[in-house]
Design a protein around this ligand. Structure first.
Ligand code: GDP
Length: 455
């Protein structure tokens, strides 16, 4: 799939801005840019240089621009690349792009620059996908995961595993050549050990997906509690601004409110289920379908209760009815400014964390944030520097894991070398689909079509 045509697209977001960057990539990028540029002769300039000049359509000046030159192979795509920084008006941008198309460039398809970078070997597939993640990352943690993946952290770990497997595959292939003589070049015990080792790493990667995905999209956190427990007040205290409406009249906040809170670089999507309080004044109010639905989609449930007004039995009942396996539960006693910071004996289920605060007086709010972080993220970020954030990767890893189980089975209930070799090959193939040693046009099409144009 060697492409030589020159593609062009706006690489900055569409819409008016101070500047817009139009990118050209391909054999003719510099020639085409030069044909509309009035200034130095771009064909005679060094790579990685900037040039001020005019873009002209015949005698008509379209804009004053700065042109950056990247001569192949020292560019993102490894092709000749020209970036034209022009004034960020839609009109100017469209004029320049259509002029360049008239001069021989073609409009780039979504992700085509990155596709070329991949095809020309400057990125592997998981790195290319990381570019997409990087562009869309909106928190420090999402950014660092994408950056790590882009720098090859993910592929490096997989490639080491793949090399070890390739070694075994070749030993077993060798056995096939000597089938008559019934020899074993591949030490079955060592293979067993290697498979175990690889399985452990794969499992870690597969598990990291859950957290990785959460980091990418934010941790859904529901705040539930009886009317007047102080949910809106708490939301304000957490977000440190008066966005939600706080009122003494139950039912003032009508819809569920969603706000994003950043704790230590992780986005928590806070959902205040205030709207459902209208139902009744009792526990049914937080038991209604809408809350339960929100809760079932959340990763963390914050149950807020008014310690000054609720008995230990009521608190316990609420917690038992809201507590669901798989959803982290944080019970928060509010209004300690009225009731004092003494919790009654609650005898709570395992894993339920309790903290006392005053939402109104801003007491223990930072501690609550830290508790939310510890509950949802814990130390998972520190020990798994390699994180899978992509559903395609996790599926391929899962299929690799399945293939490895077959190899393991074949070792436990001895099968012939040719069956072993087949299963190992399948596992190698699946690993290869993650980093791009194995690709099909469909797969590429699927991945790169998700990019925006200009990437
Ligand atoms: P919601 O119905 O759960 O959203 O509760 P609100 O946030 O609207 O609060 C209900 C009432 O409790 C309001 O008058 C708040 O000012 C008050 N409130 C909330 N948190 C505290 C607190 O920590 N201490 C005291 N004294 N009052 C609070």
């Amino acid at each position: 799939m060697i492409t030589t045509d020159t593609i062009v697209a706006l690489s900055t977001p569409p819409g008016a801005g101070a500047i817009g960057v139009i990118r050209l990539s391909g054999d003719d990028a510099i020639r085409i840019a030069n044909s509309v540029f009035s200034g130095k002769n771009l064909l005679e300039q060094d790579s990685h240089t900037l040039h001020f000049g005019l873009i002209k359509d015949g005698p008509v000046v379209i804009d004053e621009v700065v042109v950056s030159l990247f001569v192949a192979p020292k560019s993102y795509t490894k092709e000749n690349v020209v970036e034209i920084s022009c004034h960020g008006s839609n009109y100017i941008i469209q004029q320049i792009i259509s002029l360049l198309i008239r001069k021989g460039a073609t409009a780039a398809k979504p992700g085509e620059f990155t596709l070329r970078a991949f095809l020309n070997g400057s990125l592997d597939l998981s790195q290319a996908e990381a570019v997409a993640d990087l562009i869309s990352s909106d928190s420090a943690a999402a950014h660092s995961v994408a950056m790590n993946q882009l720098r090859g952290g993910f592929s490096t770990e997989l490639n080491v595993l793949r090399d070890q497997l390739i070694h075994f595959a070749s030993m077993i292939e060798l056995e096939l050549d000597f089938a008559e003589e019934d020899v074993e070049f591949a030490n079955r015990e060592q293979l067993h050990e290697l498979i175990n080792k690889i399985s452990l790493v794969l499992n870690k990667l597969i598990r990291s997906f859950e957290l990785g995905n959460v980091i990418k999209s934010g941790i859904n956190t529901v705040i539930a509690g009886r009317p007047n427990a102080g949910k809106s007040t708490l939301l304000n205290a957490l977000l440190n601004e008066d966005r939600a409406i706080v009122s003494e009249i139950a039912g003032t906040t009508r819809d569920t409110i969603e706000e994003v809170l950043n704790i230590n670089g992780i986005n928590f999507r806070l959902i205040d289920t205030a709207g459902i309080r209208e139902a009744t004044d009792t526990i049914e109010a937080i038991g209604v379908e809408k809350t339960m639905q929100k809760i079932s989609q959340s990763a963390v449930l914050v149950y807020l209760f008014d310690i000054a007004n609720l008995s230990a039995t009521e608190i316990r009942e609420d917690i038992l009815s809201l507590h669901k396996p798989g959803i982290a539960f944080v019970a928060v006693a509010n209004k300690i400014d009225l009731a004092g910071d003494v919790l009654p004996e609650l005898n709570l289920p395992d894993g339920v964390q309790v903290i006392s605060i005053s939402a109104k007086e801003n007491q223990q709010i930072e501690e609550l944030k830290q508790l939310l972080y510890d509950t949802a993220v814990g130390d998972q970020l520190s020990d798994s520097h390699t994180m899978v954030t992509n559903i395609r990767h996790v599926e391929a890893l899962q299929r690799t894991q399945d293939a490895l189980s077959s190899v393991q089975n074949g070792l436990d209930n001895p099968v012939t070398s040719d069956f072993l070799a087949m299963d190992i090959k399948l596992a190698l193939y699946q690993l290869g689909t993650v980093t791009g040693q194995v690709t099909t046009d469909d797969l590429l099409e699927n991945i790169f079509s998700k990019f925006c144009i200009g990437k």
